[in-house]
Design a protein around this ligand. Structure first.
Ligand code: FAD
Length: 537
């Protein structure tokens, strides 16, 4: 039998975690990872000086490379120590590469410039100074989402977050995602002397990095009990809760002992911040969980301080006149630069001459027709992070290649069904270019396919299962080779008992009856419609 060849394109977090699992699960295969750059840290490894991630270290780490637990040290709040800073994530990935001896399998400075179908598998055009073609039996594409920023057509120079930050300029940033808010915040640094506008079509949802409840990262309050409530109810109740949290921030901090409390602010600053937080939240389109949340909450301080002015979309193509955010009047702006942060393109179509499209993949990782083609790192979380979702995808696709999990025979029809579901659930997002998911329901779906979902039966102990329901949701809770009972038992529960009681009441009195009534008509279902595959040996 000839040696099987697997190519992985990209050595960011998705490519690296795929490589690690492929090497372990596919002994005897020839496995090569191609990276066009000179490092193995991807886009997020060391983005810019002063960078702070919006996902916590705890929830972003790979289950197979654990470094952090969920204990939140209040002293870390000021320094945002629960989040990756500067090149910290890059160093985490370099440690991952070293520990798993991945380097010999990675070809740096090697760009894949073309992918095409071949009778034997996939033909790659490989450029590493010289150009050659090679054919591989299996292909996993891990080229990331952050590279190809959508452009706007305007007669004004553009700037991206990857360019040097301009100073002394008038800049209009477009878009309400995390990258847009983050870049507007960087531009608004008083030392730079920029005049900054953020142009928004709709409102945006801002989740504070540190929540007024207990002063812990918001990620740490998201537990499985909360996530088990039907999205329709979570949306309705969650929206009211978020509005109350904004209006009564000080009350929350006092009652739920946010220690130490947030930074001291003048009453008028607080009022302005609240005003904009409430206004942006109220105008956010769609359900709570169908809107990307920005945790780049620093930009709200700039808005409150007048360093960023929120405006509406441009009224014409000159990009010099804009609606105001309330659409009651217009605002004249003389921008030196525009920064379009209005989404990303996957780059898959360009790389494959239109042969590979993100819409053809089931669960954003299994191609509907080609059983030898996979994506890792292309599902975009509404709230959550890409690296740990990538690890779940990597486990699934390498497990399928290794024969641990079955690939359903009728994947094309499943793909059509799940595509229809995506269009229904995310009507205002362009699902031709991104695959939006709610992180934990999505990961649960993958975990169920792999038989690692922590059901009560699988956990085997009610006490331990309750602990999993109440501690911060993370991919460490899936019961595969990386699951560690002791570490799970030691995770800290941050949700205050009164909120837990409330959630249990909602679960019993609202959620269960709601699910019974809605039954098969339930709009969203966390249960996969794919046949459950046997657990791996
Ligand atoms: C400033 C910033 C902040 C971010 N914050 C967060 C956050 O808080 N949480 C979060 O989840 N995500 C965040 N992201 C998104 C982040 O980019 C991803 O989470 C992470 O980088 C995804 O890893 P990836 O491996 O899928 O893609 P990437 O990191 O983009 O890696 C893809 C790799 O593929 C290589 N490549 C691309 N094309 C080719 C080719 N044709 N041939 C060979 N190699 C190729 C690239 O050089 C790159 O190294 C942030 C991104 C930025 C820029």
């Amino acid at each position: 039998m000839s040696t099987k060849r697997l190519a992985i394109i990209g050595a960011g977090s998705s490519g690296l975690v795929t490589l690690k699992h492929a090497l372990e699960r596919l002994p005897g295969w020839e496995i090569t990872c191609f990276e066009k750059g000179g490092t193995t840290v991807g886009r997020w490894g060391n983005p810019y000086p002063g960078f702070f991630s919006t996902s916590t270290k705890y929830t972003t780490q790979f289950a197979c490379h654990k470094k952090w637990d969920s204990s939140a040290d209040p002293a870390q709040r000021e320094a945002k120590g629960d989040f990756f800073k500067g090149d910290e994530y890059g160093r985490y990935l370099m440690d991952f590469v070293a520990k798993n001896n991945l380097a010999p399998h990675i070809h740096l400075h090697t760009r894949i410039s073309r992918i095409s179908r071949d009778p034997q598998g996939w033909r790659l055009t490989i450029d590493d100074g010289e150009t050659r073609e090679e054919v591989f039996d299996r292909l996993v594409i891990c080229t990331g989402l952050a590279e190809n920023v959508n452009a706007i057509n305007a007669p004004i120079p553009t700037v991206t977050p990857y360019d040097p930050v301009p100073s002394g300029k008038t800049v209009v940033v477009f878009g309400g995602g995390e990258s847009a808010a983050d870049f507007a915040h960087r531009l608004a640094d008083p030392k730079l002397g920029n005049k900054v506008y953020l142009s928004l079509k709709d409102g945006i949802r801002v989740s504070p990095r540190y929540h007024p409840i207990r002063g812990v990262p918001s990620d740490f309050l998201r537990n499985r009990l909360l996530l088990s409530i039907h999205p329709d109810l979570r949306n309705a109740i969650g929206q009211k809760f978020v509005e109350a949290r904004i209006r009564h921030q000080e009350w929350f901090e006092r009652v739920f002992k946010s220690s130490p409390p947030g930074p001291e602010q003048t009453p008028s600053f607080q009022e302005r911040r609240k005003h904009w937080d409430a206004k942006l939240t109220a105008r956010a389109k769609d359900d709570l969980f169908n809107v990307f949340h920005t945790k780049s909450d620093g930009f709200l301080d700039d808005v409150a301080d007048g360093r960023i002015q929120i405006i509406g979309p441009p009224t014409d193509e000159s990009h010099r006149r804009y609606h105001d955010f309330d659409r009651t009047t217009t605002v004249e702006v003389e921008p030196d630069m525009l920064c379009p942060m209005i989404g990303f393109r996957s780059g898959l179509a360009a790389l494959s001459g239109g042969e590979i499209l993100i819409t053809d993949f089931h669960l954003a990782c299994l191609h509907a027709r080609h059983d030898d083609l996979f994506l890792v790192g292309f599902a975009r979380p509404i709230i959550g992070n890409i690296p740990t979702m990538s690890e779940m995808q990597a486990k699934l696709v390498t497990g399928i290649m290794a024969g641990w999990y079955e690939r359903p025979a009728d994947l094309a029809s499943k793909q059509a069904e799940s595509r229809a579901r995506l269009l229904r659930d995310f009507p205002t997002l362009n699902t031709e270019t991104i695959h939006p998911v709610e992180m934990f329901p999505y990961c649960d779906e993958l975990a169920r396919l792999m038989g690692s979902f922590p059901s009560l039966r699988k956990v085997g102990s009610f006490r331990r299962w309750m602990k999993i329901q109440l501690s911060p949701a993370s991919t460490l809770q899936y019961m595969d080779d990386d699951y560690n009972t002791r570490e799970m038992d030691e995770q800290v529960i941050h949700t205050p008992p009164v909120i837990t009681v409330l959630l249990v009441a909602i679960k019993l009195l609202l959620d269960l009856p709601y699910r019974l009534v809605r039954g098969p008509l339930a709009r969203r279902h966390s249960q996969t419609s794919l046949p459950l595959v046997p657990e791996r040996p």
